[in-house]
Design a protein around this ligand. Structure first.
Ligand SMILES: CC(C)(COP(=O)(O)OP(=O)(O)OC[C@H]1O[C@@H](n2cnc3c(N)ncnc32)[C@H](O)[C@@H]1OP(=O)(O)O)[C@@H](O)C(=O)NCCC(=O)NCCS
Length: 190
């Protein structure tokens, strides 16, 4: 592996884009009006895996609308990207406005490997965010539905996510329900 400082951000995807192209969208259960899909997310938009060059296309600007991103150097980004890519378990997905060359939405599916349930895989949806000016254009729905289908395609036995109470109704659209289990958390730093 080359040191991060000598790597130039390029269009190498963080996961195999054919996984998105191969999804059976007929299994999507959420209504879209007008109809959009992972292959046709809307005029001037592309839904695809994150690539390194997205650091220069406002990826962090969008993430920053979800939570504190802190200061991330290109070297740190490349190192993390490379780690996630090699693990094969991080499906960081973005929507790009190709006219502006800007990321306008992102969501991530993370796969956790278990010994239980016959060495099953569990999916987790993380970091769902649509940039302020693009909200209400079905992109949050598109990403969530796409990654939920992808988790099935990857043979996850279940998929979970954590969200604020105000977003529960959003995720119920995709078949998620509030679990009886409590979400417990201990924060060491922000
Ligand atoms: C939540 C979020 C991802 C939704 O994305 P979006 O692109 O604006 O939403 P979409 O256009 O795809 O979805 C619209 C549908 O979801 C509903 N919806 C949108 N946000 C909702 C919310 N917070 N709660 C309930 N329903 C919501 C709309 O009413 C609409 O319903 P319809 O299709 O039945 O008409 C977006 O508002 C966002 O980025 N919020 C800030 C970050 C955040 O809170 N992320 C979630 C972390 S768990």
């Amino acid at each position: 592996m080359m040191p991060a400082a000598t790597v130039r951000p390029d269009d190498t995807p963080i996961f195999d884009p054919s996984l998105l192209r191969g999804l059976d969208w007929s299994q999507n259960t959420v209504p879209f009006s007008p109809a959009i899909s992972p292959l046709e997310p809307g005029e001037g938009l592309v839904l695809r895996p994150l690539c390194m060059a997205d650091i220069n296309r406002g990826f962090f600007k969008v993430l920053g609308q979800l939570t504190e991103t802190g200061v991330v150097s290109p070297e740190q980004f490349i190192k993390n990207f490379d780690h996630m890519k090699r693990s094969g378990d991080y499906y960081v997905t973005v929507v790009e406005d190709t006219n502006l060359a800007q990321i306008v939405a992102t969501a991530t599916l993370v796969i956790e490997h278990k010994f239980t349930h016959s060495c099953a895989k569990r999916g987790r949806i993380e970091d769902v965010v649509v940039s302020g000016e693009c909200r209400g254009k079905q992109l949050g729905k598109l990403l969530t539905s796409t990654l939920t289908l992808l988790s099935k395609r990857l043979n996850c036995y279940k998929i979970t996510l954590e969200c604020l109470p105000k977003n529960v109704a959003f995720y119920k659209k995709f078949g998620y329900s509030v679990s009886e289990e409590n979400y417990m958390c201990q924060k060491f730093f922000n």
